[in-house]
Design a protein around this ligand. Structure first.
Ligand code: AMP
Ligand code: ZN
Ligand code: FE
Ligand code: FE
Length: 278
């Protein structure tokens, strides 16, 4: 059976597996296709591709771009993009800069809450990731013994309405889609009706993105969507000519997102993505 997981993160962003290990784990999980979709960086793709070629699993190069609609965060998956496309690389660099800039502001808020952390504490968790994020701050809080887990940090201090939350730059969604297409890639909105983006992506706006920006599809099978949500999204996709994908959003053992292969993409959709990338 072909098992296809099109949404995973490595330690190059906020996952915990090195790209090579993630690919090894994908083989062990019985996947035939895995996409690496780190946040706002292509840096893990070469290592993942080399490992995949050696182990005989198909690696779809991807990225999960931090986008926004009216200031609300939306995640956009780009598959098969030219990783040397200047316009896309410039935008990813701008997003990563925004990630770096917000860390001191989060640390100031934590300090005011009596939970001081240093930039070194965060750097120790981020390692050489070029894409620093809340999960690294969460891990630093855990390492200092303030909290028990990433989950606890996201449930309290670092939640989008939490006392230590600081927003950051994201590319306007429609421009993100255009940039992916400009780089020859396929654009899929990640977990559109998940925790955060549900409020800004109504049926009408998804249709408009499909019609005007040729959005390729939406991720339907994701842990953030319950069964009723999946059914509604599938119906919407059918009416709007959108592909529907699935992915685990794996971040490493014990982290948010599920095990590799816990959500999958249908083989026919995978074939269509491959066709669009040719
Ligand atoms: P950031 O992009 O830095 O604002 O951080 C958001 C990222 O944190 C998401 O992309 C997820 O990878 C991760 N995340 C979101 N919610 C949770 C959670 N409840 N527990 C752990 N990590 C989470
Ligand atoms: Zn993540
Ligand atoms: Fe996401
Ligand atoms: Fe993700």
């Amino acid at each position: 059976m072909t098992r296809i997981d099109l949404h995973t993160h490595s330690a190059v962003s906020d996952g915990t597996d090195a790209p090579a290990h993630l690919v090894e784990h994908a083989v062990a999980a019985g996947l035939s296709v895995v996409a690496l979709t780190d946040h706002d960086t292509f840096d893990g793709l070469t290592e993942a591709e080399e490992t995949a070629a050696r182990l005989g699993i198909e690696l779809l190069p991807g990225v999960e771009i931090s986008a926004q609609v009216r200031g609300v965060s939306v995640h956009l998956l780009g598959y098969g993009c030219d990783t040397e496309d200047d316009a896309l690389l410039d935008e990813l660099a701008k997003i990563r800069k925004g990630r770096e800039r917000r860390v001191p502001a989060m640390l100031a808020k934590l300090d005011a809450l009596g939970l001081p952390l240093t930039m070194d504490d965060v750097a120790a968790q981020a390692g050489d990731s070029p894409s620093v994020g809340r999960p690294h701050v969460a891990d630093a809080l855990v390492a200092r013994g303030y909290l028990a887990s990433r989950d606890e940090a996201f449930a309290t201090l670092l939640a989008d309405d939490g006392p230590a939350f600081v927003p950051r730059y994201g590319v306007p969604l429609a421009r993100g889609i255009d940039l992916i297409h400009g780089a020859g890639g396929v654009a899929i909105i990640a977990h559109p009706w998940g925790r955060v983006s549900r409020g800004v992506l109504d049926t009408k706006s998804l249709r408009r993105l499909a019609d005007v920006h040729e959005l390729d599809g939406i991720e339907v099978d994701h842990g953030d969507h319950d069964e009723a949500t999946r059914q509604k999204l599938r119906a919407l996709a059918e009416r709007s000519g959108l592909l529907t994908t699935g992915g685990s959003d794996y971040h490493g053992a014990g982290k948010v997102g599920h095990d590799l292969g816990s959500e999958t993409t249908a083989p026919a959709v995978w074939t269509e993505i491959e066709r669009r990338l040719c």
